[in-house]
Design a binder for this molecule. Structure first.
Ligand SMILES: *[C@@H]1O[C@H](CO)[C@@H](O)[C@H](O)[C@H]1NC(C)=O
Ligand SMILES: *[C@@H]1O[C@H](CO)[C@@H](O)[C@H](O)[C@H]1NC(C)=O
Ligand SMILES: *[C@@H]1O[C@H](CO)[C@@H](O)[C@H](O)[C@H]1NC(C)=O
Ligand SMILES: *[C@@H]1O[C@H](CO)[C@@H](O)[C@H](O)[C@H]1NC(C)=O
Ligand SMILES: *[C@@H]1O[C@H](CO)[C@@H](O)[C@H](O)[C@H]1NC(C)=O
Length: 555
């Protein structure tokens, strides 16, 4: 109402915008007629399912990446359930999706190139329609379905969506990306549902338990129909006899999704009406360390109880913050082919698979000789008790430490490599969680907090920088109204830094700067600010040190 009290015009257009926004959202359609388009630039250009559960349109992330997607309207972070060509985002200007005159639905980039299209050319497609189930369908004149998004899932299966021999769920690469990652959920050639790590170097099946027989895993491979589905109640059934029920089974009106997560676990989620957050109601693996490839080549996963990745003696992390790349040797690998080698014991550790040899009832000395004599051998697994089994390993993948492993890994290293007698496997989080930061940046309240608190980043003035640090100090003492938001923000940025990501810098710097700032200076000052709010006071820099660091980048 304030817009009428002021005689100046600037308020008036904003009132109009709000009015039209209201109009367009209240009349949001669930269909797109032949010959019409949705534009990336118009936020209100979306389809909404009749019961409003799902929305479909351009979903943006970061500065200039948009995907034609379907998402849950009411989940807090607008959870995406489907994407057209996740590996090629569209430009934030000029991109559009059209139900073309020839019947095909086509996603065009700003330069007119085709990012994705349906195979419905030369059909009498009448319209595309978003259903309450979350299925986007292209219908003919009689209502018959010519194409449906349910036939090409991304990483998520919805209730009553058939999972078949021609569908697959592929996880996102990591939390901050929608690109195809390495973990797959699929029907294998022998008719069994499986989870597989399918990385650039290797592929390895890790669910159901790979060393158990079919029947021990409760599966069958005799039914070739390869079909699975779950209902709204939370009951999943598959033709290979696999089935499960959700922990909140039976509650009909709950919104559910089954997602192949980027950490390699398959999870069923329920949407909490009140908070808009997702709650896990079933998961395939109780321990994340049993996911193959979770820590990358040579690395070892340790449940502490949270899964942590670490490198064995003689190795170091290849790309700090990114366990996908695993660990690299600190020595020249050709040295392993000489006789000048030693072995380091790793108790309760195994590297699953990649066996060169498997011999029973053999002494540890003979097993060791086998490994020394084979230039391909990088380690061997041996159990002193029982069958005294010897496995020599050509690759060190799927490393896992568990108290329940009675065997040990004997790691082959050049004698020249110095190692401590006792290998300490501490380590860091395998998965870099970056989803939350994006969520927060997207929410209006966080944006306000960001602009209010982060002004220092683009004012290159010493005084304002100190002002920021003081603010963080105030927050850390607990005297601020938005404390939880800001501490949450600090936690997220910290995890991004640990994960080696720097995309967040653009996100928190005022867009009005139009990129006119130094990344290095911005990074330094954010890191400094964050170190000032360490929970452990001993880890905080003194004011002297902080001022010194600030003076350094002033020069
Ligand atoms: C078109 O797509 C549908 C669903 O994705 C599929 O079942 C059908 O086989 C495809 N047709 C052709 C000709 O590729
Ligand atoms: C194979 O599985 C499907 C789907 O679960 C089921 O309908 C069908 O009866 C099964 N066939 C046999 C021979 O068990
Ligand atoms: C969620 O909302 C639906 C419809 O409004 C309701 O029927 C259902 O009981 C709610 N679920 C929970 C867990 O509150
Ligand atoms: C490793 O050692 C071999 C043989 O001494 C040498 O030819 C090779 O260049 C070395 N590789 C590296 C990466 O140093
Ligand atoms: C593991 O612990 C050792 C000894 O406490 C330490 O030197 C090393 O930096 C730690 N590694 C990691 C990745 O935390």
């Amino acid at each position: 109402m304030r817009s009428f009290q002021t005689s100046t015009s600037p308020k008036f257009p904003s009132f109009l915008t709000v009015f039209f926004l209201f109009l367009s959202t209240s009349y949001a359609h669930n269909f797109l007629l032949r010959g019409s388009s949705l534009s990336v630039e118009d936020d209100s250009d979306i389809l909404v399912s009749p019961d409003r559960t799902f929305s479909c349109g351009f979903y943006g992330m970061g500065q200039n990446a948009y995907w034609f997607s379907i998402w849950f309207t009411n989940s807090k972070d607008r959870t995406v359930v489907w994407m057209a060509n996740r590996d090629r985002p569209a430009n934030g200007r000029g991109s559009r999706v059209s139900l073309r005159g020839d019947g095909a639905m086509v996603l065009y980039d700003v330069d007119g190139s085709i990012i994705w299209e349906t195979n419905t050319t030369s059909t009498d497609a009448r319209m595309a329609e978003l259903l309450d189930t979350g299925n986007l369908v292209i219908k003919g004149p009689g209502g018959e379905i010519l194409w449906q998004s349910f036939d090409s899932p991304t990483d998520t299966l919805l209730p009553n969506q058939l999972f078949t021999k021609s569908t697959k769920l592929i996880a996102r690469l990591h939390g901050g990306s929608y690109a195809s990652g390495y973990f797959n959920f699929f029907f294998d050639n022998d008719n069994v549902l499986r989870l597989k790590y399918d990385g650039p170097d290797i592929s390895s099946i890790y669910w159901p338990v790979p060393y158990l027989k079919m029947f021990e895993n409760g599966r069958t491979n005799y039914n070739g129909s390869r079909i699975a589905v779950y209902d709204e109640m939370g009951h999943f059934v598959s033709s290979d006899w696999f089935q499960f029920i959700a922990s909140d089974m039976g509650l009909l009106r709950i919104k559910r999704r089954l997602t192949m997560d980027h950490d390699g676990n398959l999870r069923l989620y329920s949407l909490n009406n009140d908070t808009g957050l997702w709650v896990i109601s079933w998961e395939a693996l109780a321990q994340l360390c049993t996911v193959h490839g979770v820590c990358g080549r040579n690395a070892i996963c340790v449940n502490t109880p949270e899964p942590k990745c670490s490198c064995p003696p003689g190795y170091e992390i290849t790309e700090p913050g990114n366990w996908n790349q695993g660990c690299k040797p600190l020595f020249n690998e050709t040295l392993l082919q000489s006789q000048q080698v030693k072995f380091v014991e790793l108790p309760h550790v195994d590297y699953f698979g990649f066996d060169l040899n498997f011999i029973e009832s053999i002494s540890i000395d003979s097993c060791m000789k086998l490994c020394v004599g084979d230039y391909r051998c990088k380690a061997f697994n041996y159990k002193l008790t029982g069958e005294r089994r010897c496995y020599t390993k050509s690759e060190l993948f799927n490393g896992y430490q568990s108290p329940s492993f009675e065997g040990k890994i004997y790691l082959k290293l050049p004698v020249t490599v110095e190692t401590s007698q006792l290998a300490i496997l501490n380590g860091t989080d395998p998965i870099c969680q970056s989803d939350e930061l994006e969520t927060m940046i997207g929410s209006p309240s966080m944006y306000n907090i960001n602009t209010k608190r982060m002004r220092w980043v683009y004012l290159y003035s010493f005084a304002s920088a100190i002002g920021f640090i003081e603010l963080l100090f105030v927050v850390s003492e607990g005297g601020e109204e938005h404390e939880s938001d800001l501490t949450g923000f600090v936690r997220m940025v910290k995890s991004k830094i640990q994960c080696g990501e720097d995309s967040w810098i653009e996100e928190i710097v005022d867009p009005r700067l139009d990129g006119q700032f130094s990344r290095n200076q911005a990074t330094t000052i954010v890191q400094l600010g964050i170190s000032c709010v360490e929970e452990d006071r001993n880890k905080r820099p003194t004011m002297d040190l902080a001022i010194q660091a600030l003076l350094e980048w002033q020069d």
